[in-house]
Design a protein around this ligand. Structure first.
Ligand SMILES: O=c1[nH]cnc2c1ncn2[C@@H]1O[C@H](CO)[C@@H](O)[C@H]1O
Ligand SMILES: [Zn+2]
Length: 359
């Protein structure tokens, strides 16, 4: 078993299921787009703006963490600005060694400048296509359409996801403040998606505990859990080291429900103390279907390489462990089965085999 260095983690093929488009802008791009529209930013140059985002997001509260998105969403209200952000997102992910990504955002937050929901999705797709072309086709990218859980547009967004399902949109999600806005508020949208044989994930078990996860799975029928860290509250470690799973945790593990874990984001919002103490360690040991994700690269100052290398440092994970996370993620993707298999067999496995052979 070989412990990889940072360069090897960077070169390893990585799969990303949970990344917010409006949480991953380049600081320099925000500065330029804000200047074009006269939007006032909390810092003038790219370096201090980048620091402002990570420091403000380091608040220990999800609600305050989410306030930082006001400035990224503000500069994403026209077709060209959205397409630019989407293109740069794909370029940055490809440069980080990501070979497959599902990138989410809430179309309803990008209509203040007069775009229709449909035009927003088209602009993102245009940017993604340009990014994939610029990266020489080394990455496959799909959109996930998010509805904001405190708003009431989830049905419309679910319909939008189905309308775009063969044109680059792989699924649906709900996000935003969790406490006070249970997923069952959007039950009609989830039932519609199930009738349409469509896929969705739900942010659950991040700022709120087991009831949110239980609703997401047993009422709404989520295919995956966004974060899901609080499933740890249903896991008991006894003094002799033995572990007992409650019924919900057992269900999540038995059914292989993917957990889209985002360690650094959880530390910023107070859902975990540190990487070493993050539940991902125990959940991985217990063989839940754990995946590793960035959530918001700008707010967390992170990347897939950083997330994975942080885990290597905290838990001494080997390349084989990183391959396990990556195959877990690819198995859990909202891409057709044959396409998932092709990426696992043709890209992920050979990529890790080459790194492991380096010794
Ligand atoms: O970790 C998170 N938990 C809940 N909501 C989030 C998180 N990160 C981002 N968003 C929310 O999702 C919207 C669409 O991308 C963002 O604007 C932000 O409000
Ligand atoms: Zn998220």
């Amino acid at each position: 078993m070989s412990t990889p260095n940072r360069d090897q983690v960077h070169r390893a093929p990585k799969v990303l299921l949970h990344d917010h488009l409006d949480g991953g802008l380049r600081p320099q791009t925000i500065v330029e787009l804000a200047a074009e529209i006269g939007h006032e930013l909390p810092a003038a140059d790219a370096d201090s703006l980048g620091r402002w985002f990570t420091e403000s997001a380091d608040s220990g509260s999800l609600v305050r963490y989410l306030e930082t998105f006001d400035h990224t969403v503000a500069v994403m209200q026209t077709g060209p600005s959205i397409a630019r952000v989407a293109r740069e997102c794909v370029e940055d992910l490809a440069a980080d060694g990501v070979v497959y990504a599902e990138v989410r955002y809430a179309p309803e937050q990008h209509v203040a400048g007069g775009l229709t929901l449909d035009e927003v999705v088209a602009a993102v797709q245009e940017g993604f296509d340009a990014g994939v072309a610029a990266s020489g086709g080394r990455i496959v990218v799909r959109q996930l359409l998010t509805a904001m859980r405190h708003q009431a547009r989830s049905m419309e967004i679910a319909e939008l996801a189905v309308a775009w399902r063969d044109r680059g949109v792989a699924g649906f999600d709900i996000a935003g403040a969790e406490a006070g806005y249970p997923p069952t508020r959007h039950l009609d949208a989830f039932e519609y998606l199930q009738r349409e044989n469509s896929h969705f994930t739900i942010h659950a078990g991040e700022a709120f505990g087991l009831p949110s996860i239980w609703q997401a799975i047993q009422w709404c029928g989520a295919d995956r859990l966004g974060h899901g860290v609080r499933i740890i509250d249903d896991v008991t470690v006894n003094d002799d080291g033995s572990v007992e799973l409650g019924r919900l945790a057992a269900y999540v593990r038995d059914m292989r429900i993917p957990l889209e874990m985002c360690p650094r984001s959880n530390i910023q919002t107070g859902a975990a103390e540190s990487i070493a103490e993050h539940p991902i360690g125990l959940l991985t040991k217990l063989r839940f279907r754990v995946t590793v994700n960035t959530d918001n690269r700008l707010m967390s100052g992170t990347s897939m390489t950083e997330e994975m290398f942080g885990l290597v440092e905290a838990f001494d994970y080997s390349l084989e462990d990183l391959r396990w996370f990556t195959i877990n993620a690819m198995k859990s993707a909202f891409l057709p089965f044959d396409e998932r298999l092709a990426i696992i067999d043709d890209v992920v496995k050979p990529g890790y085999a080459a790194l492991i052979a380096e010794g």
